[in-house]
Structures are given as structure tokens and as C-alpha cells.
Write a protein that binds this ligand. Sequence first.
Ligand SMILES: NC(=O)C1=CN([C@@H]2O[C@H](COP(=O)(O)OP(=O)(O)OC[C@H]3O[C@@H](n4cnc5c(N)ncnc54)[C@H](O)[C@@H]3O)[C@@H](O)[C@H]2O)[C@@H](O)CC1
Ligand SMILES: Nc1ncnc2c1ncn2[C@@H]1O[C@H](COP(=O)(O)OP(=O)(O)O)[C@@H](O)[C@H]1O
Length: 300
Amino acid sequence: MNAINALPLLGRLKRKPDSHKGDYGKVLIIGGAAGMVGAPLLSGQAALHSGAGWVVIAFLSTNAPAVMQAQPEMMLRHVETIDFGDINPDVIAIGPGMGTSEQAKALLAQVFLMDVPLVIDADALNLLAADYALIGLLQKRKAPSVLTPHPGEAGRLLQLSNQAIQADRIASINALVKMTKAICVLKGSGSLVASPEHAPEICSAGNPGMATAGMGDVLTGVIAALIGQGVRNSLNVWDATRLAVLLHAMAADSLVNKGIGPIGLTALEVAYEVRQLVNHYAENASSTDTDGLAFLLDSP
Ligand SMILES: NC(=O)C1=CN([C@@H]2O[C@H](COP(=O)(O)OP(=O)(O)OC[C@H]3O[C@@H](n4cnc5c(N)ncnc54)[C@H](O)[C@@H]3O)[C@@H](O)[C@H]2O)[C@@H](O)CC1
Ligand SMILES: Nc1ncnc2c1ncn2[C@@H]1O[C@H](COP(=O)(O)OP(=O)(O)O)[C@@H](O)[C@H]1O
């Protein structure tokens, strides 16, 4: 199986002198029911630090903050006060901390009908697993969809135990792709990425310091940010997804190499480190996208 080796593609995200925030994508994140408001905040902070032009969070909780003092750049709304069409996002990430209420289910069905790339995570995956009609809507989507299950969520989707998922991860991701007709990331040690058009690729970076709450929420934000930047910078959703998986894991490795973790590594620290890696590879990648190995070996 091939390892993900797409870092030179980050050269496409190098900032042009006369560009503006609209060139780097508007990310809408939907999630954050009562008690889990932190999850979409982590996704939003990760998206911002990975280069998203704008980040809007639509919370389900009515008690969510109207502004995050530590990150006032993000626009925070209650989901019932906004019109997704007016926001006109370049990419939507749905699921972090969303819960599985009827309201959450209706929102998922609503975004499935939108012609916008989607990142489907956490409780959005649990809702999918519980309702075959939603899988039907997902399969019919024209715009790309990315699913990011951990083995527990993959097990719910495929009606298998965690152990069965882990016993044959390649078969598991192939079954997920077949079931959803979407790009799938099977998270965990050696994350796999596959799509209906692409055989599984493995992420050879990453470490057990990543086994901490919020790390998946950060990955969702990084994927959404790269998809959003890709829209006007020739990076397709497949490449954005596999790059995000690799950068997220490399960022955790880079921090551990500096003595920050593995024990006590936090998800937000990984988001900040992703920023450093994105800039390094965007600046140093060859415009011809060749010789990825050199970039893999040349970490900052
Ligand atoms: N700050 C916050 O508000 C946070 C909220 N979160 C939200 O909490 C909700 C529940 O998500 P969780 O993922 O915690 O709960 P889940 O019940 O979906 O998943 C946890 C279980 O999945 C299995 N699993 C996960 N990774 C595995 C691996 N690598 N190998 C084997 N088994 C594995 C294990 O059985 C584990 O107990 C989601 O909505 C999520 O977004 C979490 O993202 C954590 C942070
Ligand atoms: N032992 C490990 N080795 C490599 N990566 C890991 C390990 N444990 C967790 N990860 C990574 O950390 C992230 C955890 O995501 P997830 O379980 O969804 O967390 P959360 O729901 O708390 O946000 C995934 O990207 C996963 O691949």
C-alpha cells in the first residue's frame, strides 16, 4: 500500500500578493450541542490556523458563546439564526459535538442536499449509522463528501465491533467507501484514506500522544480549511483530505520531537503546529509538484 505523499501539492496554496480572504475559502462548521460546544470551537480554531479565509460556527446549543475571547476572529452563531444559503460556504464540516437529536438529524439531511463539499464527522457519522435513508441521500450527492470515522464510528456504520474494524483496517475502509461512495478516512494509528477512485493510502506519521480528546475535531478543521483553500487554488478534495491527514499527524510528531508530548500533548497545540508545517511546505514546495520524497525528509 502506498504511503500518503502529497506534500508538494501544498505549493498551490502559497499566498499571492494581491489575494484576499475570499480566495482561501469560507468554512462553516455545524455542531456543538449543550455540553460539547468545545468540539466545533476546536475545529474552527484548527481551520483558522490551517489557512481558512473565514470561519463561521453554527452551534446547536442555545448557551454557546457569542464570541470566543481567545479567538474573536471566528463568527459564532446559533444554527437557527442563520441561513446557510446566505452564508454561502465553500465547505461545510458537520458533526463535532453535534449530538444525535432530531434537530441534528434534520440539519444533516439539509446539508446533504447542498451543492457544497462536506466533511462529515463524529455525531454526524453516528446519525448516518442509525438511518439508512441518510446513507441514500449521501450516496446521491453531487458535491464531494469526506467521512472521518474513528474505529468506533466505523464499527457503528458497518455494524461491526471495534475489534473487527481494527482486525482488517483495509477491508474496513474499502467497505466504508463502498457503502458511502465518498472519500473516507479511517482514523487511528496508521490512518487510512481512500475513495471510490483511489485505493487506500496509509499515513505513516502520527503517535499515541494524539490519543486525546479533541484531536479528531482538529483534524476535521484542518481538512475543511484545505478543502476551502483548494476551491480557488487548484487543490481537489481528495488531495486536500490526504494532505490534511498527513499534516495533522506530522504536526503531532514534530511536537513530540521538540519534547511537547506524547504525554499531555493537546489538540490545539497540534493545530498551531499544522500552521507551521503548511507554511513551510507552501513556501518550499516545487511549483511542478515533483519529488515529494525530498519534502517528506526535509521537515522544518
Ligand atoms: N471538547 C468537546 O466538546 C469534545 C467533544 N467531543 C464530542 O464527543 C462526542 C462523542 O465522541 P467520542 O469519539 O468521544 O465518542 P465515541 O463513543 O464515538 O467513541 C469513543 C469510542 O470509540 C472507540 N474508538 C475510538 N478510537 C478508537 C481507536 N483508535 N481504536 C479503537 N477504538 C476506538 C472506543 O471504543 C472509544 O471508547 C462527539 O460529538 C465528539 O465530537 C469529542 O470530540 C472530544 C472533545
Ligand atoms: N495511537 C495513535 N497513533 C496515531 N494517531 C492517533 C493515535 N490515537 C489517535 N490518533 C489520531 O488522533 C485523532 C483522534 O480522533 P478522534 O478519536 O475522533 O478524537 P476526538 O473525538 O476526541 O476529537 C485521529 O486523527 C487519530 O488518527
